[in-house]
Design a protein around this ligand. Structure first.
Ligand SMILES: NC(=O)c1ccc[n+]([C@@H]2O[C@H](COP(=O)([O-])OP(=O)(O)OC[C@H]3O[C@@H](n4cnc5c(N)ncnc54)[C@H](O)[C@@H]3O)[C@@H](O)[C@H]2O)c1
Length: 265
């Protein structure tokens, strides 16, 4: 098969190198708005082909992987599915837009395509999916990040660089968390989609000056019982906002999609 990759950053680079080793994949078309990033990744692998036009990529690829940004996801996802191609979405926060989510679902159904959403930087999505088959009372995500993982974000009145103790910078529903922190809390979107939705899923974001890892603690209660799941993620060296596990999860999702045996819920 032939794959198209949009975004050759922290996730795209790790994923591209793994795809290069996959027997089932003949060619990887790489597109990035930074020509330099697309070229660097293309030249570091054997199956890579640099491409700069989405229509050219869609003419060739059987499956398209978005690992770029929410804006890219919004713009490209409907076009990918309209052309009858399968899609993997990393910027899953884009799906808090109900109209876009419904459009994506309708196009995928009409054209018999699959949309893959990796569990990303969080663990426990399997449990949330299974437990959501009956009543759930609470799903809560507590995320703790070092200040570098929030890099560049404007928090009124808070200087993250001179922080001495942990502070809670957000507490509320997943829809607002994803809107306010589009590059930092995609996991809240994945969690919402797999469980009780963007308005019922609760999120707390803590910035801890002593933290070195991005920690996601998932707590759920329902008819099934209780679930607590915590993962302490190593940040990606090239983008501290992104956890390395997110890239590994994209690789695992692709491998699962290509495999005749499907493991997990
Ligand atoms: N699902 C998850 O759990 C999870 C976890 C981490 C990151 N993410 C998301 O995945 C996406 C990629 O993350 P990353 O760490 O690799 O980011 P990154 O910033 O390291 O790389 C993104 C790359 O995409 C390129 N890009 C951006 N917009 C583009 C466009 N419209 N067309 C073509 N190229 C474009 C950029 O130039 C950059 O090279 C981000 O949206 C991020 O928020 C999701």
């Amino acid at each position: 098969m032939e794959i198209g990759l949009i975004g050759a950053g922290a996730i795209g680079s790790v994923l591209g190198k793994a795809i290069d080793q996959m027997e089932d994949v003949e060619r990887l078309y790489i597109m990035d708005k930074s020509r330099e990033r697309a070229r660097t990744l293309t030249e570091s692998i054997t199956k890579g082909v640099e491409i700069d036009d989405l229509e050219d990529l869609l003419a060739k690829a059987d499956l398209v992987i978005e690992a770029a940004s929410q804006e890219a996801a919004k713009e490209m996802a409907p076009r990918v599915l309209d052309r009858g191609k399968d899609l993997m979405l990393m910027s899953v926060g884009a799906l808090r837009d109900e109209a876009l989510r419904k459009r994506i679902e309708a196009l995928a159904k009409k054209n018999r395509c699959k949309v893959y959403i990796p569990s990303g930087a969080i663990a426990g999505i399997d449990g949330i999916k299974s437990s959501s088959e009956d009543a759930i009372e609470e799903v809560k995500l507590i995320t703790t990040k070092p200040p570098t993982a929030l890099g560049g974000i404007d928090l009124e009145g808070i200087d993250l660089k001179s922080l001495k103790a942990p502070i809670t910078i957000f507490e509320g529903c997943a829809r607002d968390a994803v809107r306010l922190f589009p590059q930092n809390i995609n996991v809240a979107a994945t969690l919402s989609l797999s469980g009780i939705g963007f308005d019922q899923t609760l999120v707390k974001i803590i910035v801890d000056p002593n933290a070195t890892k991005n920690t996601h603690k998932l707590i759920a209660r329902g008819k099934f019982g209780e679930l607590t799941c915590e993962v302490a993620n190593v940040p990606s060296p090239t983008n501290p906002k992104t956890s390395y596990l997110a890239a590994l999860s994209a690789i695992a999702t692709l491998r699962n999609a290509l495999s005749p045996i499907q493991i997990g819920t």
